[in-house]
Structures are given as C-alpha cells and as structure tokens.
Design a protein around this ligand. Structure first.
Ligand code: BGC
Length: 907
C-alpha cells in the first residue's frame, strides 16, 4: 500500500475543503465521462497498461468561480465493486498525484491477467482562485481484460457445410449448465461476419462484427456480458455467419479476397456461483443447417426466403439431430485482438416521407435523407410473394431510381413472404447507400410505414454542434456530418453505395481533422491506423487500407500514414498512439526519399491522382508529391520531438529544409508564382510552410488573383480544398474567404446544397442543371472529402481550436465575416466541452465563450480598439480570470482561465 491510502487522502481532501468553507463561491465540480482506452466500461481490453481518462465539469458558472482546475488526482482500481466502494484499490492505488492531467493516465498497478475485472474511480482535487482543495469522486466505472494469451482460446474455427449452394448457415450448440450462473462472457469473432443468439435472444447490438481488418494478419474479437441470458439447465448458443468483407464482394472487383468460406470462432465462459468455471467453445460438436438467407453480400444485397424460417433454430431443447456437424477449419494462426473501437451499430431510424409510383407497381419511397444502412420492411402479403427492394441515392427525371452510378453494386434485397400476417424483415449482412427505395411485388399499394431506413455506422460519440445565421451553411454542416456517418463504417471509406467502399487514404487524411470535431474518433482511428501499418509495403503506405490490391506510395494518399496519427495526437494528446506509429511514419519518409530525384518526388509515377477532381486546374503531380514529402517530413520531425527522439528531430528538420529548398528551386519563381499556377499549388506551399517569409504574401496574392479571375470560385479538388479556407484566413484574406464559402454557383460548397444535396457529393458537378448527372462511372453522392471545410467551420468560423496537443490550451479565435451574422458551436474535447456563440450587428461584436475546467485559453476578440472590449459588462482588461496580452491582426488577445465569458467589442 502506498503512503497515501485513499481514505487518508479523502479525509485530507475533505479537511482542506472544510477549512475553506468561509469562501462564498466554491465551484461545484463533477468528474464525468470516465473512459478506459477511449471507451466507456469496455469489455475485452488487450492493452496490459490501459489508459484512463475523465473530464471535469463545472456546475455553477459564476464569474468568480473562474479558473477551476485539477491540482491532483488519485485513481483506485479494485478487483470487485465492493472493495472499490470501501476505497480499497487492491489492483492499483495511484496515491495522490499532483497533476493537472486527466486524459490517458496509464494504469500502473498489479499485472493484469486475461479476464481480470477492474473497477475504478478517480478522486480529483480541484482548485480555483476562489476555493481550494475540493475533492470530487467520479462515479465507479469498470473495464475487463480480454484474452491476452493465444492459449486462452480453446475454440476452433468452424464453418457450415454445403458451400457454395447454401452460403449462409445456422450454427448451434446445445449444452447443459449444472449450477446457477454467476457470470458469463461470450468471446466471438468470424472470418466474415457473425450474429450470435443465446436461448432465442440476440447477443449484443452490433450490426457488423468483426471489424474489417487484413484477416491474414489480425482478427478483432468482441466480448459480451451474457450472464443474464443463461440459466441452470438446458441452453443453446446459436449463430449465423456471412461473407462480409472476408469473402463477399469488396471494392473495385474484389471478391473472396481473404478466403472462400466464412467461419465462426466462439468461446462462452461461464462462472458458476460456487466459483467453478466451464467453457462452451466452437468445435466439431456444433451442428449446422442452411438458413433462410439465400445470399448476402455488401455490394449485391440480401435474399431471404421467410418460408424457410424455423422458429426454434435458436431455442434450447430443439431437436437438431437432423442437422449436420459443423466443419472444423484448420486456419493458419493469426493475431486475435480485441475490439478496440466503437462497433458498427444502428444509429437511428428514418421514416419514409413520401411514396410515389413512377411506373405501375414500382412503389418509390423517399426517406428525405441520403443515408447508409438498410430498410426494415413491414408488409402483409400471401405466402410466396416475392418482394424486391432496390436502393438509389437519386432519381431520374421521370421519378424512377437512378442506379447507374452504383456500377456493379446491384444493392437489391429480396424477401419472400411466409404469409399469415404482418411480416417484418431487415437484412443481416449487407448495407446500401440510398435516399430512395423502390419496392415491387406487393399485391397492393404499400403503406408509408412499409419502409423504414435503419442507419448504421461506427458508433462514435457525437462531439460537435454547429449552427449559424445562414440555413444553407447549416445544411452544408448536416451534409458533412451525414457524409462522415455514412462513410465511417468500420473503416473510413470513400463512398458507401457503389462497388468501391474502400479505405482510400487520401480521402481519410483530408477529412480526419473535420471528423475529430464531429465525433470522438480516437478509438476509430486507433484501430484503423493499425490496419494502415499492416498494409504498408517496404515503407510505401498503400492507397487504400485495408490494402486490397490498389497502388502504394501515392502522394497525398500515402501521406495519410503520417497525417492521420499526427492529427489524432494533436486532437487527443495521444502520445502512445504516436509512438506506436512512429516507426512506420519514418519508413514512409525514407521510402519517399529513395523514390525522389534531388528530393523532388519522381515525375514518372503514372498512377498518381493529383489534386483529384479539381476543376480545370492541373497541379503538377510531382509538385504535389514534393510538397507532401516536405510536409510529412516536417510532421515526422515534430513527432520525433514529442517522443523525445532529438536526433531524429534534427535529422528530419534538416531534411524538411532541404526539400523546401529543392521545392523553391524547382517550382517557385522570383515573383512568387508557382509552377502550375493553380490554387492547389499556392495552398500547399502556404500551408506546408514551404516558402521563404518574403514570398508568402506574393503567393497569397497569386492565389487571390486566381480565385478572383474565376469569379470568386474555387478550382481545387480533394487535395487543395481542405486547406483552402484555413490558408486564406491565416493570410488575413477574409473577404475572399467569405465570398468562397458563401458562393453557391458551380463550383462551390453551396452549389450542391442549392440543388437539394443531403450529403457531400464526390464531385463539384455531380449534377448540374445544364448537363444532368456526371459520368456514372464515378459519381457518388456521398463522399465526405469535399466536406473537409468542416474543420475550418469549427476552428476559425466558430473559433474553437487547440493550441498544442489535446485541447489543454485552447485557441478561441472566432472569425466573423460578411454574410454571416451569428455562429453557435460547441465541441466536446478530450479536456471537456468548449463552446462559442458570437453575433455581429453593424460594428458591434459579441461573444459568449465557455472554457472548460482544467484548461486555459487564448481568446481573440475582433476589434480595432482594446478599450472597446467588455466582459460581463465591465472593461475586459479588468475581468476576473482574463489578462490582456496584446493587439494582433485586428484582435485584442487575452489569456483566460476556465469559465464562461461574455464579451462585447466594437470592430
Ligand atoms: C475514390 C476516391 C479516391 C480515388 C483515388 C476514387 O475512385 O472514390 O475517393 O480517393 O479513387 O483517386
């Protein structure tokens, strides 16, 4: 036991607080959102030193309670809830640690074994200038260790029989439990996808498990608490496996990419009330038979014949003697690792808004929102009626479905009715990207509620909220969020509807920063970045991850292997993740070095994508390659500094300088003009810090000139667009920023909004009044990449940004501009919720800002004159918790402690 027993600590905290009771306003703090490895109460943690995090919230927001901060914490981890309740951390008692850190505190207690249950809480000592030493306990939280040793797995991979005619099988195992059950856990995974039932009830609420990985390298397993589903006596564990990413169709013609037949691995571990244990594992004793699912595939859809249903397939006591024995598969061992990310779940449901029949019997439902998931069908029809559901994002002018842009993804679900009343069906192992659904085969006009959209996505916690005075921008924001929701499905995909749906790296890197504002994607990227490193070849990051045969080493696509981990580090302060990926990041830089000539990335790379989908602006590909080579090198130098690798830091700083020199020599003229003279050239050069100081203004002017010459239009594709507004904002060109942002003629962000988009389109001209639909060979209406302006909407327009890693120090710099009169936004950062709300009226500007406890902020108030700035009605310079620092670029800059502030100023 450490010097500071929890009790003594608590007593000491309380005494300190009691001594200070004369202070009138003691800030009421609460410790909320306790997480282990980014997840709430996770089961199946493989990290042997899991990291714990919490957030401090302040309940009273009185001005004199400003500056609430954590001065110390104590974590207790116990092996039972009872011990924790008695403040006994038998696994770990951190002792009182004087620290303001509240994220990713590494467990440092007794070694943790497989299955260990860990119950924890944290006591936080908060201080503020108004009140000292307030101890606050979090509510108890927990985590449970997974199966850490290969030996822990006794289960065998099993599969059904009769492939390929009967591709989807039921599997079941009957067993008897001799004694009352105290605890039961199901560990399960599949090569393919699985669903498990116990005694007729569905286990868990995951829609697609396991996640998409390179199954030859690692398979993620899930853990479920199934204690309440089992009882003494007869029980049954039953399930289904489907092809999924493993052996169904995946993007660009991939089929049976990882294997031919899906397989299940299941291990049920029961602890009886007397402490003895028993395991029921997948093996040759399992039984199998065909299921009513005739086929199921991500791209093709699902076929289901309800006449083949057997009600009792998943019930105990069912006679399965006619079923066949499951095949045991001799799989090559691969790493079984636990689910470390938010799984794919149902996010919400969308009722149909309207129904039309553009052709007789073709009932077309409009859900009003382009979405990803599937339809739940509710019908009454005679036995044998075959109903067909087709899906599309858009309609032809005659009201029928436009499906050409799905290419070979037929996206058709069929259902054959069993008859006899209302039937409800939703598919099992498929998803579609759609707004419109066509139902055919019904005997009569279906009711509007025959079709409900079930939205599925990786269930990342929503963290961002944004609204402003322009409804078109609010729709744009909604489109960005729906783009992320639809495409963050196990991995970050490019699109959810056509036969592609791949983890395109360029798309991932341009959007990752925006994604971090919209929802908590730390765990999502923690998992996917492992896949990124798994796919790396000889140092070259692949163009898609999981790597499924596409190219590698492509500028701006491969660079995702550096940009994504750095962004996650910046946003969440996750140094462990950075350290884990650092070796792969370095390999990429060295690969780029070898594949350059004089540090200019090779010109003969045929397959580069350039500034993908730009509009009439041809940015030289070697220039993009060299610019990104420089930027990634710079980021690696920064990573090295963070990780204390000073030699590497110096080495890559030097290389960054050398690449910059090569870039300037090769591409930049004395008047600041850059070869290619596209917007993308200038954006990259400015964003990546490639130009000498004296050239920056010149380059910015070339950029402005090009935008003006195009009638205030952008011309950039995926690569340039994510930095367009940030670069112009930093250069102080706010006039141009707002003209571009509020532009609604082609090409612009609001062009698609004007034409009814409910998601971000892949192309600026996916549809135009003049030409109709773009080339169906590549025309998705749900690609998030061009929505990468979301980052600017939060960091600049609303003014919520981090100043250093992990939102410990904040940068609050709202950017008012012509055409928008108010913005209200909030962001649940890893350090707590930040909020801004600003308004303009003529010269008057006002800002309400919330700086969460335990953080400090630099707040920039737009004004020409600091004397005009007030806070809560008084001169800002005199306000509690604020310190005026200087005037800078048309703003008064203050240092602020945590709290809520109400500013006004004259601009
Ligand atoms: C994808 C993109 C991807 C691109 C590579 C397309 O087919 O949909 O989003 O980045 O190929 O240029």
């Amino acid at each position: 036991m450490k010097n500071h027993s929890p009790l003594r600590l608590a007593v000491c905290f309380v005494t300190a607080a009691a001594m200070l009771t004369h202070i009138p306003v003691a800030p009421a703090a609460e410790v909320v959102n306790p997480r282990c490895e980014y997840l709430a109460d996770p089961l199946g943690i493989d990290a042997t030193k899991p990291r714990l995090s919490w957030v401090i919230e302040e309940k009273d927001q009185a001005p004199n309670s400003r500056g609430l901060a954590q001065s110390a914490y104590q974590i207790l981890v116990a092996s039972t809830p009872e011990l924790l309740a008695k403040d006994q951390g038998d696994l770990w008692d951190s002792g009182k640690v004087a620290s303001d850190r509240s994220a990713q505190i590494e467990y440092a207690g007794k070694p943790l074994a497989s299955r260990q249950q860990c119950y924890w809480k944290v006591c936080v000592l908060t201080d503020s200038p108004a009140a000292k030493a307030k101890p606050v306990w979090s509510k108890p939280a927990k985590w449970e260790m997974g199966l850490l040793m290969p030996d822990d797995w006794k289960a065998k991979w099993i599969e059904g029989t009769g492939y390929p005619e009967k591709p989807l099988h039921y599997l079941r195992k009957s067993f008897n439990l001799a004694k009352p059950v105290a605890k039961a856990r199901l560990f399960a995974t599949a090569l393919g996808l699985y669903e498990m039932d116990i005694n007729g009830g569905r286990v868990g609420d995951i829609i697609f498990a396991p996640e998409w990985t390179d199954y030859a390298k690692r398979v993620r397993y899930q853990v479920y608490d199934v204690t309440s589903m089992l009882a003494k006596g007869d029980n049954v564990l039953a399930g289904l496996v489907g092809p999924g990413w493993y052996c169904g169709h995946i993007g660009l013609g991939g089929f049976k990419h990882y294997g031919k037949v899906p397989a299940l691995l299941a291990q049920l571990e029961v602890t009886y009330t007397d402490g003895s244990t028993e395991q029921i594992v997948s093996n040759a004793s399992w039984k199998t038979t065909g299921s009513p699912i005739l086929s199921s595939d991500f791209m093709k859809g699902e076929s289901y014949d309800a006449r083949l249903e057997s009600k009792d397939w998943n019930l105990a006591g069912t006679d399965d003697s006619a079923w066949q024995s499951a095949n045991v598969r001799d799989e090559k061992p691969c790493a079984l690792e636990s689910q470390v990310t938010d799984p794919v779940r149902k996010i919400c449901e969308i009722p149909a808004k309207a129904i039309t029949d553009p052709k007789p019997g073709c009932w077309t439902f409009d859900l009003g929102q382009n979405m990803v998931g599937f339809v739940r069908l509710k019908v009454t029809a005679p036995v044998g009626t075959k109903l067909t559901l087709r899906h599309a994002e858009v309609l032809n002018p005659d009201g029928t479905l436009y499906t050409k842009n799905l290419r070979s993804a037929t996206s058709v679900d069929t259902y054959i009715c069993k008859g006899g009343g209302v039937e409800i069906y939703q598919p099992h192992f498929t998803f579609h990207g759609f707004r419109y659904v066509e139902l055919t085969g019904t005997p009569a006009k279906p009711a509007l509620d025959a079709v409900t959209g079930v939205v599925v996505a990786s269930d990342t916690r929503v963290t961002g909220h944004f609204a402003c005075s322009d409804p078109r921008i609010n729709q744009l924001y909604s489109n960005i969020v729906w783009g992320q929701r639809g495409n963050y499905l196990s991995i970050p995909t490019d699109c959810p509807q056509r036969d592609e749906r791949l983890g395109w790296m360029g798309d991932a890197q341009v959007f990752v920063h925006t994604a971090t504002y919209n929802s908590d994607v730390a765990a999502f990227f923690s998992k996917w970045l492992v896949d990124v490193d798994d796919a790396q070849r000889d140092g070259a990051f692949t163009d898609v991850t999981p790597g499924t045969g596409c190219g590698a080493g492509t500028p701006a696509w491969g660079d995702a292997g550096v940009i994504c981990p750095m962004t996650i580090y910046q946003v969440y302060g996750d140094t462990r993740l950075l350290a884990a990926h650092y070796p792969a990041m370095v390999k990429w830089i060295e690969w780029c070095r070898v594949h350059s000539t004089g540090l200019i990335r090779n010109k003969d790379r045929g397959g580069d994508y350039g500034d993908w989908l730009s509009i009439g602006a041809n940015t030289p590909k070697d220039l993009i390659g060299t610019a990104y080579f420089a930027w990634s090198t710079h980021l690696v130098a920064q990573a090295a500094k963070t990780l204390g690798k000073s030699e590497d830091a110096a080495k890559y700083d030097r290389l960054y300088q050398e690449i910059k020199d090569a870039f300037n020599k090769e591409y930049v003229a004395a008047d600041g003009r850059i070869k290619g003279n596209t917007q993308c050239c200038y954006i990259m050069a400015l964003k990546f810090g490639l130009l000498p100081e004296e050239m920056r203004a010149k380059a910015a002017q070339w950029l402005i000139d090009d935008i003006t010459a195009k009638g205030d239009h952008l011309s950039t594709g995926f690569v340039g667009v994510s930095y367009l507004l940030p670069v112009l904002t930093r250069a102080g060109k706010l006039d141009t920023v707002f003209k571009l942002f509020l532009q609604d003629t082609f090409p612009s962000w609001l062009f698609s909004v004007k034409h009814g988009a409910t998601t971000i389109w892949e192309r600026w001209d996916g549809w135009t009044p003049e030409k109709g639909f773009q080339d169906p060979g590549m025309n998705s209406f749900n690609h998030y990449s061009l929505g990468s302006c979301g980052e600017w909407m939060f960091s600049s327009l609303a003014g919520i940004d981090t100043d250093g890693p992990g939102f410990r120090k904040l940068m609050i710099r709202p950017t008012p501009g012509n055409g928008i009169t108010w913005v209200k936004a909030s962001y649940d950062s890893v350090s707590g919720q930040i909020a801004t709300s600003w308004k303009t009226a003529g010269d008057n500007f006002s800002l309400d800002a919330t700086i969460p406890p335990n953080t400090t902020a630099t707040i920039c108030i737009p004004t020409k004159d600091e004397a005009s700035v007030t806070e809560s009605g008084k001169p800002a310079a005199t306000a509690t918790g604020l310190k005026f620092l200087r005037m800078d670029q048309g703003a008064a800059i203050y240092r602020a402690v945590s709290g809520t502030y109400a500013f006004t100023s004259k601009r």
